[in-house]
Design a protein around this ligand. Structure first.
Ligand SMILES: Nc1nc2c(ncn2[C@@H]2O[C@H](COP(=O)(O)OP(=O)(O)OP(=O)(O)O)[C@@H](O)[C@H]2O)c(=O)[nH]1
Ligand SMILES: [Mg+2]
Length: 247
């Protein structure tokens, strides 16, 4: 099912799987922000009523919120790729990524959008690791894993970014147009690393702005060992593909 919307220049893509407790509040906050932002929710057949809540909210903002319903859980990376294709097809200039679990504060969106809108950057990353570590309610083990992922990625790829796996972003459409989506295979955290790396290798300007990240209080985590393993190998793959000019 797809409810089409026409809209403003900036599209915020929000992938959802089982976010019934959070999604209404996220959508209403984004609707109240300046700049008439549009939202695309990509839901993967959440059995907890997420889709119904989004559909209700679409009725209130039919020109600004759109829902793509994919029927089954296909992963974060492919949800974003569908969102990117939608954004390009519908002529959006700026595209934001944001989680639905309120870990990313929707009120930070204007700070992410501003440098891209002002043409000071092509890809802005909401970063937990600049100007100190800004994470609320993570166990130390998770912090160490995430922070080490950054060190590991920087060592192998030289990507000049501290928060390589952040999923809170604003991207200019020219970056998305330069990435052949069919060659992007990552689906977990490494999806964010891959997009950052490809953008950087193509010479786009990456910028980190500080955000406070708050661990979800509602709903379930989809974090898994498979996602971590994918990232460990993906970083090497990206480096090698770049060396052999296969990126
Ligand atoms: N469409 C879609 N969305 C997903 C899928 N997996 C996760 N999401 C959404 O992607 C965002 C990030 O997922 P999270 O489960 O919060 O992952 P995380 O932030 O690493 O883990 P926690 O916050 O600790 O739960 C959330 O909005 C999820 O609902 C998926 O397979 N498909
Ligand atoms: Mg989360």
């Amino acid at each position: 099912m797809q409810i089409e919307s026409s809209g403003s220049r900036t599209l915020v893509i929000i992938p959802t799987y089982q976010e019934a407790e959070n999604i209404r509040s996220v959508l209403l906050t984004v609707m109240g922000l300046p700049g008439e932002l549009s939202v695309l929710v990509v839901d993967d057949g959440s059995p907890d009523g997420t889709r119904e809540i989004v559909s209700e909210t679409v009725k209130r903002f039919p020109d600004r919120i759109c829902l793509i319903e994919r029927g089954k859980k296909l992963g974060l990376g492919t949800a974003y790729l569908e969102g990117f294709e939608y954004a390009l097809r519908h002529g959006y200039d700026l595209v934001c990524e944001m989680d639905a679990d309120l870990s990313h504060n929707p009120a930070d969106l204007p700070r992410l959008i501003e440098p891209v809108a002002a043409d000071r950057a092509d890809l802005v990353i909401g970063s937990r690791y600049i100007e100190g570590v800004r994470i609320i309610n993570w166990p130390l083990s998770r912090l160490i894993l995430s922070y080490s992922a950054g060190i590991y990625t920087r060592l192998i790829t030289r990507l000049p970014i501290r928060d390589v796996t952040s999923g809170f972003k604003c991207i200019h459409r020219r970056v998305l147009e330069a990435i052949p989506f069919e060659s992007v295979r990552s689906n977990g955290y490494s999806f964010q690393i891959e997009i950052n790396y490809r953008a950087w290798k193509k010479g786009f300007r990456l910028l980190e702005v500080p955000i406070v990240f708050t661990e979800r209080t509602e709903g379930q985590s989809k974090m898994s060992k498979a996602i971590v393993h994918e990232a460990i190998f993906k970083v090497w793959e990206l480096r090698l593909r770049s060396l052999f000019r296969m990126l």
